[in-house]
Design a binder for this molecule. Structure first.
Ligand code: NAD
Ligand code: TDX
Length: 352
């Protein structure tokens, strides 16, 4: 049966990977529900967006009448909810949008989904799924030992992670209290093509290309667990189709790295793939800067549950994924130069 899938935040980094994958690998219709904030980029969706199975609806998920109208118009079989404010540093500079979109927006979407779901006939009601896409950051910070897992206590430390934690709790409550068929995923740091150049990996690539200092927060000893974005998109489709209702699935790359080692790997790749005698060795650009307030020390994920129950594991290694990512940024200057030239990005990225 051909389905209609809502993807909220489908013009963002991970959402666009989900949309591209759905258009390429399934026969389904995809409705991209996106407000088109600074983080959105419609050029990330080409050529999937040329498909007659793709529709863009520029809608703010906080706008209840508009969201209700979308459910009535398209009658989706599944909702993949990725729309969010996603950058930790921005949440420190100004948390209000994070509270609004991540908490209120998720609430509006849940209410609209519930009212729509209640009106479905029994078969459609049984088949409907609402997937909430969240982050490992809700669990807080790990010491040297141990891993996050589905039963780990919530201990968010940034306005971003607190807002995502709140949204996770809302989704859980709408399942437990109202029976809405939901599944939640909590994933580690993603990287890959089309990532907005405010996140660590594209920041480093573009700083090196422009011969500018690479800002490493604190001593660069914080640890993140990196997953290639296409692997994440594949996991999300598996979880929404095969995951157990009301459950959480943790997703990760099994690839813990200190930030400074990520930066050094990128420097090596850039020296190899984009050597520039005027710049010299890329590592000479590394600059240790003031640490992020409340900077979580370590994230690492136990992916045993999704692996056991759904057979998912990452395909890309960090080595292959990082090489593809660097090559993509080198080949797609038009994509990122437009962002660096924009006023909004310039304010935050120091490029304007
Ligand atoms: P992103 O910032 O690249 O994209 C977010 C998208 O949501 C944008 O297209 C934006 O226009 C849209 N959006 C924002 N506010 C909206 C609103 N009010 N209404 C409708 N659309 C709105 O984010 P991303 O990195 O692709 O992350 C997607 C999701 O995955 C988020 O929920 C994030 O918390 C989660 N996540 C991200 C990572 C990561 O490493 N990037 C890891 C784990 C989980
Ligand atoms: O310029 C930088 N220098 C630096 O040292 C930037 C942008 C980051 N960092 C550090 C901070 C983090 O320890 O690198 C690490 C990664 O930073 P980000 O790319 O900002 O990601 P992070 O804060 O870990 O959050 C990301 O992963 C989890 C996403 O932005 C979230 O949306 C996701 O939930």
């Amino acid at each position: 049966m051909t389905e209609t899938i809502f993807v909220t935040g489908g013009a963002g980094f991970i959402g666009s990977a989900v949309v591209r994958q759905l258009i390429e690998t399934t026969p389904h219709n995809v409705v991209n529900v996106d407000k088109l904030t600074y983080a959105a980029n419609l050029s990330s969706l080409v050529p999937a967006s040329d498909s007659d199975r793709y529709t863009l609806e520029q809608v703010d998920i906080c706008d209840a009448p508009a969201v209700n109208a979308l459910f009535a118009k398209y009658k989706p079989t599944k909702v993949m909810h990725l729309a969010a404010e996603s950058h930790v540093d921005r949440s420190i500079d100004g948390p209000a949008e994070f509270i609004q979109t991540n908490i209120n927006g998720t609430f509006v979407l849940l209410e609209a989904a519930l009212s729509y779901w209640r009106g479905l006939d029994d078969g459609a009601k049984e088949a409907f799924r609402f997937l909430h896409v969240s982050t490992d950051e809700v669990y807080g910070s790990l010491g040297a030992e141990g891993y996050f897992h589905e039963e780990h206590q919530y201990q968010p430390n940034s306005p971003y992670s607190a807002s995502k934690a709140a949204s996770d709790h809302l989704v859980r409550a709408w399942h437990e209290t109202f029976g809405l068929p939901t599944v939640i995923t909590n994933c580690t740091n993603n990287y890959g093509p089309y990532q907005f150049p405010e996140k660590l990996i594209p920041v480093v690539i573009l700083k090196i290309l422009n011969g500018e200092q690479i800002p490493v927060y604190g001593k660069g000893e914080n640890i993140r667990d990196w997953l290639y974005v296409e692997d994440h998109a594949r996991a999300l489709w598996q979880v929404i189709n095969e995951g157990r209702l009301g459950e959480t699935y943790c997703i990760g790359g099994q690839c813990e790295m200190q930030n400074i080692d990520v930066v050094r790997s990128l420097c090596e790749l850039m020296d190899e793939l984009a050597p520039d005698p005027a710049r010299g060795k890329a590592t000479d650009l590394i600059s240790f800067v003031t640490d992020r307030p409340g900077h979580d020390q370590r994230y690492a994920m136990d992916i045993g549950k999704i692996n056991r129950e759904l057979g998912w594991s990452p395909v890309e290694t960090f080595e292959t994924g990082l090489r593809q990512t660097v090559a993509w940024y080198l080949e797609n200057k038009d994509w990122w130069q437009a962002i660096l030239d924009s006023r909004y990005a310039g304010e935050r990225l120091g490029t304007g």
